[in-house]
Design a binder for this molecule. Structure first.
Ligand SMILES: NC(=O)c1ccc[n+]([C@@H]2O[C@H](COP(=O)([O-])OP(=O)(O)OC[C@H]3O[C@@H](n4cnc5c(N)ncnc54)[C@H](O)[C@@H]3O)[C@@H](O)[C@H]2O)c1
Length: 446
């Protein structure tokens, strides 16, 4: 089959390459010529493990290309995926749909045959229905445009795997739909042959599935972080508590890691847009708990700064702090609303000299926070540090040799913002260990 993908960011570039990998002919379209040039030359404008190979294989096979030209894309296919950004509006909680609307406005009047537009972006419930009306009003005579919604559940860091092996496919279709389900069944035939659950719903349910999933995950993270606040007060160990909870299959251990909390380009803005939309629908009471989820999460960042201050002996003024990690999570270079980078900025505001190192997110971090110092390695970041903060749980940091790092720093003080370090190993190397959300017992003198 043939398809296009409008928007070639984290979601769209992966989806375009993934569809080509399934054997389809694909054109990716973006308004950013720099992004299109990079993708066309087999390079990806962000870090995503495994994506470069899938991209290059399919460019070489002639199944995949990229353009900024809507005209070229319109005639190419009858299935058009929409994967543009839906950021938080400036100064309010709702989602900004200007990019989604722009695709419809630019694409639909150019259509010469009936087509299906399949939304993948995360949007407030009711958006797809609005787009049906919007598209109908501008479609050329005799051209029938169907809107369907196929929310994307991929995780950055595992995007290729999640695209080629999703745990479910949800497709929302118009009540009067005639083409969308058949088109998507054909598009995703290899996935359906693998018995991936396929749920066909109305448009609004499909939109709600995505934001509900993100709201649940955010709630689970903030739940354990709220419990960690109590653990700190009661001198209990939140990581052991999470292990014990996790053995209950009704609860499960995943997303129960206490620490610096969630960030990135999805969870924070999605729960806020969800609250805003529920308010518009008159169901605002239903989601007031998400406000608490959000504030527990933001409190983690402040608590991290307090802990770093404590670790530096009561004041950050003049302290030399190494920040290990800037991406919002490991295996990604995404720094959108990154807790690690936010904390780095706050430390600097409080008078610390901050040296940041991240294995993949340096460029994006420098662009977002140009006034921080950036280092090219862990050792460089930790040179004469009064405290080392681990804020993103990259494997490189988990595997650090505390004996070797001890030679670099001014004070052997580490603050584990992700509860990912082997405390006993660091203590055995003479480090004082602080951990976010739990009291770390002093090392027992041997
Ligand atoms: N990143 C993820 O892991 C992920 C996962 C699931 C869902 N989503 C959702 O997918 C959507 C996209 O997210 P993203 O992270 O890929 O964003 P992104 O900012 O990385 O990419 C969006 C792309 O859309 C392009 N664009 C904007 N206007 C355009 C237009 N009129 N025509 C063509 N291209 C245009 C931008 O130039 C950009 O390249 C969002 O709704 C997000 O919530 C993202």
């Amino acid at each position: 089959m043939r398809c296009t993908v409008f928007g070639t960011g984290y979601l769209g570039a992966t989806h375009a390459a993934g569809m080509a990998q399934l054997g389809h002919e694909v054109i990716g379209v973006d308004v950013d010529p720099g992004k299109i040039a990079k993708l066309s030359s087999g390079d990806i404008p962000f870090y995503e493990p495994g994506l470069r190979k899938v991209l290059r294989d399919n460019l070489e096979a002639g199944r995949l290309r990229f353009t900024t030209d809507y005209e070229e894309a319109v005639d190419f296919a009858d299935v058009h995926f929409l994967g543009v950004g839906t950021p938080q509006k400036k100064g309010e909680y709702g989602a900004d749909l200007c990019h989604v609307n722009a695709v419809i406005d630019d694409l639909v009047p150019r259509l010469r045959r009936s087509a299906v537009i399949v939304g993948k972006s995360t949007v407030p419930v009711g958006t797809a229905a609005d787009l049906v009306a919007r598209a109908r009003a501008i479609a050329p005579d005799g051209v029938d445009v169907e809107i369907a919604w196929n929310p994307e559940f991929l995780r950055e860091g595992f995007a290729v795997h999640d695209t080629l092996h999703p745990d479910r496919i949800v497709l929302g279709v118009q009540r009067d739909s005639v083409r969308a389900e058949a088109a998507i069944r054909e598009m995703y035939a290899p996935l359906l042959a693998d018995e991936v659950p396929f749920l066909v719903t109305d448009l609004q349910t499909a939109e709600l599935v995505k934001v509900s999933a993100n709201a649940f995950l955010a709630t689970k993270i903030s739940f354990i972080n709220a419990i960690s606040e109590v653990c700190e007060a009661a001198d209990a160990d939140v990581t052991l508590l999470a292990d014990a909870l996790g053995y209950d299959p009704r609860i499960g251990r995943r997303f129960l890691n206490a620490g610096l909390g969630f960030g990135g380009g999805c969870l924070p803005k999605d729960i806020r847009a969800f609250m805003a939309r529920a308010g518009e629908l008159g169901a605002n009471h239903a989601l007031t708990f998400l406000r608490e989820v959000d504030s527990i999460n933001m409190r983690r960042r402040v608590r991290m700064v307090e802990l770093a201050t404590q670790a530096c002996g009561g004041s950050l003024l003049g302290a030399n702090v190494a920040v290990l990690g800037a991406a919002f999570k490991p295996e990604s270079d995404d720094v959108r609303d990154s807790p690690a980078l936010n904390v780095a900025g706050l430390l600097q505001l409080n008078g610390a000299g901050v040296n940041v190192y991240d294995p993949k997110a340096m460029e994006n971090s420098q662009r977002m926070f140009p006034t921080l110092n950036y280092s090219t390695s862990v050792v460089e970041a930790c040179e004469r540090a009064d405290a080392v903060l681990v804020l993103t749980e990259w494997q490189e940091f988990v595997d650090l040799d505390p004996h070797r790092l001890a030679e670099t720093v001014r004070a052997k003080v580490v603050v584990d913002g992700r509860n990912c370090l082997d405390v006993a190993r660091w203590q055995a190397a003479g480090w004082r260990v602080h951990a976010l959300g739990r009291r770390v017992p002093e090392a027992v003198a041997s």
